[in-house]
Ligand binder design. Structure first.
Ligand SMILES: Cc1ncc(COP(=O)(O)O)c(C=O)c1O
Length: 382
């Protein structure tokens, strides 16, 4: 479980004593950035007030904008929303059925002459096939953004998530591995990107490029400095929680475990597996009832449908959809957010069983994993 105590108070007091609560070069946020860069082994880290801000800034710096496209994955909507902030058009690559992560072949198939960037989500504590995605981005000169909101501690061939793309975007929102209440961090090994982000500052005079003032303040930085020293313990605990759930479904032919990307590790963030009982003559509704009766606490179907089927993209802002009143004369394309766009994600989403590992007391994780095992036994008995 998370610890908030003397360590936080010490850094916090330092900030108060300095009388400098807003960002100051060399202050607490700078220390947090350096410590974070060291943690994930990258050259530069720059603190932001949320991962959403970080993603938006990454899209801005990628050069994507009006009538240009950013390829996202559809299991969550954050990258695609960040894309719309800058009037760019999200295109959706499908995912791998076993890992739930961006499928490099689908990414390749979605590249057009308008594509400027890719946002790949390292979903639920696991990196996507970042090696192949990096290769594709290099071949096509695309800016690669990693959404690392769930992936602190997650590695790909010993490189930390967020260090393979041009930019990584981490979240310290309440539900993430470590929290500062709200907050985010961008990581990069590119000096040019770092300097541009560092110079981002709209204050007093007109800046020379699009600036966003998404910076973190010193008070938040103090919490971050302290929490970063606990994060390995949190990750170990959440990963142990995940192990209990993973073990609970071993041998069950109709709950398919999530596979781990080759070369990656899997840190505890969210347990997930897929329902395959319909292929074994079982009734999903009955299984759900047993799971509820047992008090396992699973969520069924995650967000219900892939991101592109939500009204946000189809009705209100996606300016080439028939239902949307806004039209962009610069973007004429046959691309539509329709059913069938990402068949694997559409098949996968309603089959997902998920439950969070963050702030789940270890004893409770064990108990709930046992209940899941019981629910499987009861369902199999019929
Ligand atoms: C995958 C992913 N990306 C981005 C975000 C946005 O993070 P934040 O709340 O820090 O803006 C979230 C938040 O839940 C997320 O799950």
């Amino acid at each position: 479980m998370r610890v908030f105590g003397d360590l936080e108070m010490g850094y916090f007091q330092e900030v108060l004593d300095s009388r400098q609560l807003g960002w100051a070069e060399g202050g607490m946020v700078t220390r947090f950035e350096r410590a974070f860069a060291h943690k994930v082994n990258c050259d530069y880290a720059i603190a932001r007030n949320s991962a959403m801000s970080a993603l938006a800034e990454a899209v801005s710096i990628s050069g994507a904008g009006t009538a240009l496209e950013v390829i996202c994955d559809p299991m969550v909507q954050f990258g695609a929303i960040a894309t719309i902030y800058f009037n760019a058009v999200p295109r959706f690559a499908d995912v791998n059925y076993d890992t739930y992560l961006m499928d490099p072949e689908s990414l390749r198939a979605n590249i057009t002459e308008r594509t400027r960037a890719v946002i790949v989500t390292n979903l639920w504590g696991m990196c996507a096939n970042l090696g192949e995605i990096r290769r594709i981005c290099d071949e096509h000169n695309l800016f690669m953004i990693e959404d690392c909101a769930h992936s602190i501690g997650a590695t790909y061939y010993d490189k930390h998530s967020g260090t393979i793309g041009d930019v990584g975007c981490f979240s310290f929102q309440q539900g993430k591995h470590m929290t500062t209440g709200d907050g985010g961090m961008m990581t990069t090994n590119r000096e040019d990107i770092y300097s541009k982000l560092f110079d981002e500052w709209a204050f007093g005079e007109s800046p020379s490029f699009m600036t966003l003032n998404f910076r973190m303040n010193e008070v938040t930085g103090a919490v971050g400095m302290a929490q970063l020293q606990h994060v390995d313990d949190y990750i170990a605990e959440y990963t142990e929680n995940l192990r209990h759930f993973t073990e609970a479904i071993v041998g069950c032919p109709w709950l398919r475990p999530r596979q781990v990307t080759e070369g990656a590790n899997h840190v505890g963030y969210q347990f997930a597996c897929t329902w395959e009982g319909d292929k074994h003559g079982l009734d999903f509704g009955q299984f759900q009832q047993v799971v509820r009766d047992q008090g396992v606490g699973l969520r069924f179907g995650f967000i219900g449908k892939p991101a592109y089927l939500f009204d946000l993209f189809r009705v209100s802002t996606a300016y080439n959809e028939p239902a949307c009143p806004v039209r962009c004369p610069l973007y004429t394309s046959d691309y539509r957010y329709r059913e069938g766009l990402c068949p694997v994600a559409e098949e996968l989403m309603p089959r997902l069983l998920t439950t969070g590992m963050i702030e789940l007391p270890p004893d409770e994780a064990k108990r709930r994993a046992e209940k899941l095992h019981n629910a499987i036994t009861i369902t199999a008995r019929g």
